[in-house]
Design a protein around this ligand. Structure first.
Ligand SMILES: Cc1ncc(COP(=O)(O)O)c(C=O)c1O
Length: 387
């Protein structure tokens, strides 16, 4: 089968570094025991891998205590844990129109049930929220701001440090959805005043699916909302309060953690900023190529300095889904079309009526040849419409 040109890395990165596959395979064949459940040598080895991974991720995000770095299934899982564990009846939350459904839907359910009130701050024409809009939305009952660090549709990286600072000054909690940035954009929990960080393992962290997590800073009063086995102090009736147990329940996805472990080592060896620079070089090539095509409109691609390697676009009168089908069937190019789980982004830009947009998103293994093929394919599709 002809190789696909894979430009759907914002959904999940593919391929992963060879070291990730190799380590997962050897780990699961040699020391895949359940950590923290027994004192035998195999659990201790697994525990060592789990702890080392907590440490490396904590270091990457400049957290303080690796035990506060907890694992879950993915960002959606952690965002639900954060939203359920932080919000109570009568609270007000501020979020943005850039959010993914993994934030919008948990909030919407609480809003619909009359538990919380939500303010959605808009983004400007370039795809950035204005911290002043967040500040002016703060009320007496505002508990938390929850913000997407980088839009999965537009690729725009939001001014998290400014938002963190204003939240700290106002005495409200700041939660950051780092699904699109963890592993590729610098995140500094301490400097950016991030109280709660949610990440997913299978995007730029280059691990497998089914693993994600959060970091919760000290003195953040998050409640456990899921309870179960922790492997320690089994006689205690209630779920354990201390970290990491407070937010971890049941047997960990140790295979997923092992994948993240190998991926962390790979990212460190390459350098995260270098990987981002490499992706953005290809992104600029892609931008230049697509913007020269008549009928193609790029969404919010003006500021490469605050951007991930995501580029969304529409082609005059084409439904994005049809473009995606042709790209896949005729050109063997994988992309993402439609609303990309971020309906408010498309509503605000007006692309919802045309069935959303086509999204190309790059990863560390894309090449100049991939970009040339993608530009050429879009050029041919855009020309088809004139017939
Ligand atoms: C911005 C953003 N938040 C949250 C998620 C959810 O991630 P996951 O599906 O891994 O839970 C995604 C995934 O596309 C995303 O792009």
């Amino acid at each position: 089968m002809r190789r696909m040109v894979y430009l759907d890395n914002a959904a999940t990165t593919f391929p992963k570094p060879g070291e990730v596959y190799e380590f997962m395979n050897s780990f699961y064949q040699t020391c895949g025991a359940s950590p923290g459940r027994a004192g035998h040598a195999m659990t201790l080895e697994t525990e060592e891998v789990v702890f080392q991974t907590r440490q490396m991720l904590c270091e990457m995000f400049n957290g303080v205590d690796p035990e506060r770095l907890t694992f879950s299934y993915n960002a959606t899982d952690s965002l639900n844990i954060i939203i359920d564990g932080m919000l109570s009846e009568g609270d007000h939350v501020i979020t943005s129109c850039l959010e993914h459904n993994s934030v919008l839907r948990p909030l919407y359910h609480k809003e619909k049930d009359g538990i919380i009130e939500v303010t959605y701050v808009p983004f400007d024409r370039s795809g950035y929220i204005d911290p002043k809009a967040i500040k002016s939305s703060i009320r007496g009952n505002t508990k938390m701001v929850i913000l997407n660090h980088a839009s999965n549709v537009l690729g725009t990286v939001q001014p998290a440090a400014e938002v963190g600072k204003l939240c700290r000054e106002a005495g409200i909690y700041f939660a950051l959805d780092a699904s699109q940035t963890a592993g590729i954009i610098r995140i500094d929990i301490q400097e950016m005043n991030i109280d709660l960080l949610a990440f997913t393992g299978h995007k730029s962290l280059l691990g497998p699916t089914g693993i994600g997590g959060s970091y919760v800073a000290e003195n953040v009063p998050i409640r456990a909302t899921r309870f179960g086995g922790t492997g320690v102090r089994s006689a205690q009736r209630t779920h354990l309060d201390e970290f990491p147990y407070r937010l971890e329940y049941g047997t960990l996805n140790t295979l997923g953690v092992a994948g993240l472990n190998a991926a962390q080592k790979w990212i460190r060896s390459r350098g995260m900023l270098e990987l981002h620079r490499q992706e953005m070089r290809l992104w600029s090539m892609l931008k230049e190529g697509l913007s020269a095509i008549e009928g193609v409109s790029l969404l919010c691609a003006d500021a490469p300095e605050n951007h991930t390697a995501v580029l969304s676009f529409t082609i005059n009168r084409w439904k994005s889904g049809d473009v995606g089908t042709i790209l896949s069937a005729h050109y063997r190019i994988a992309c993402r079309t439609g609303l990309q789980c971020a309906p408010l982004v498309h509503e605000r830009i007006g692309t919802d009526k045309a069935g959303g947009a086509v999204r190309f998103s790059l990863g560390p293994f894309n090449t100049e040849e991939d970009i040339s093929k993608a530009v050429e394919a879009v050029r041919k599709i855009a020309a088809l419409e004139k017939r």
